[in-house]
Ligand binder design. Structure first.
Ligand SMILES: [Zn+2]
Length: 311
């Protein structure tokens, strides 16, 4: 319809010897932009609009698409036992069943949902999408200055919220399970940035040995792991979702924090992507060298925390 009219208009413009004519579409865009601008008293930004309005002349419809708002910050996970993002229930693949109380979820809570609840309410948004700079295991905490993330606020009906205030609201809702730090507005590009981060991390692990080990022996083994490259074949526990490859990973530093009989607390600084549980256990020889291998006995991680994401 528009193009037929356009052709007709063009023919008239040419007849009149007009040479600076523009396509009708651009003209319509400008006119609608001017009109909305005068009604709302706001400048039109064609480059990065907050809202895109689709005028469908054929179906006589107007559709409004609010552009996503992006919030970046860091999160701390203070309690073990829930994942970073929503997990569909394994048995029903998220459709909802009796076993999951028809929620479709494997875990009732996630970092994503805890943080998003108040954000969705305040922005009057449809949903959110959570993007973390990597993730920790479900049974691990994320301490220190936290882990960088970007939250995409999808179809928001409000766009400007005082993020300092919202941070307090989010943290109150998360009630000591999760904490957000330094929320600020970002851009879509921040997702790529956060996803491509490969920061080294410092971990603190509580290790259990199969029998008592002397402190000096543990210290010597840790010394041997310091500044070494280890070879890690994909751990058995993640083989169902990752390709079976051998990776080289650098262990920068190791430190014995405390030791008592069959237990020790150890700090490990390692390259991004190192599987720490397997660095301790050896994963039946799939990780080498490992603490277990160096000690010549079984060692396993009882508790793991990420102390710092070094970025
Ligand atoms: Zn289910």
């Amino acid at each position: 319809m528009l193009s037929a009219n356009e052709e007709y208009a063009w023919s008239i413009l040419y007849e009149n010897g007009e040479i600076h004519a523009e396509p009708l579409k651009a003209e319509l865009n400008r006119e609608v932009g001017k009109k909305i601008s005068s009604i709302l008293g706001k400048e039109v930004d064609f480059h990065k609009p907050d809202v895109v309005v689709h005028i469908d002349l054929k179906n006589d419809e107007v559709r409004i698409h609010p552009r996503s708002v992006f919030i970046k910050g860091r999160y701390r996970k203070l309690v073990r036992g829930f994942p970073q993002t929503r997990w569909p229930h394994r048995s029903c693949k998220g459709r909802g069943c009796e076993e999951c109380g028809f929620t479709g979820k494997q875990y009732p809570e996630s970092i994503d949902e805890l943080i998003s609840k108040r954000v969705i309410e305040e922005f009057k948004a449809e949903d959110t999408a959570f993007h973390g700079a990597g993730r920790e295991d479900i049974d691990a905490r994320m301490l220190g200055r936290g882990r960088p993330f970007v939250l995409e606020v999808i179809k928001p009906r409000k766009r400007k919220i005082d993020l300092k205030w919202l941070e307090g609201e989010v943290n109150e809702y998360c009630a000591g399970k999760v904490e957000v730090i330094g929320l600020e507005y970002g851009e879509r590009e921040d997702i790529l940035h956060v996803k491509s981060m490969k920061p080294p991390k410092i971990y603190r692990v509580r290790v259990e040995f199969e029998k008592e080990v002397e402190k000096k022996v543990v210290e010597e083994a840790l010394q041997k792991l310091k500044n070494t490259v280890i070879f890690q074949r994909t751990p058995k526990r993640v083989l169902h979702r990752r390709a079976d490859l051998t990776r080289e990973r650098r262990i920068m530093n190791t430190k014995l924090v405390s030791h008592q009989g069959r237990e020790a607390v150890i700090e490990i600084e390692a390259e991004s992507g190192t599987y720490i549980k397997e660095l301790v256990s050896g994963d039946e020889g799939r990780t080498s060298p490992s603490l277990s291998e160096l000690l010549g006995l079984e060692a396993r991680v009882v508790e793991l925390d990420v102390l710092e994401v070094l970025i």
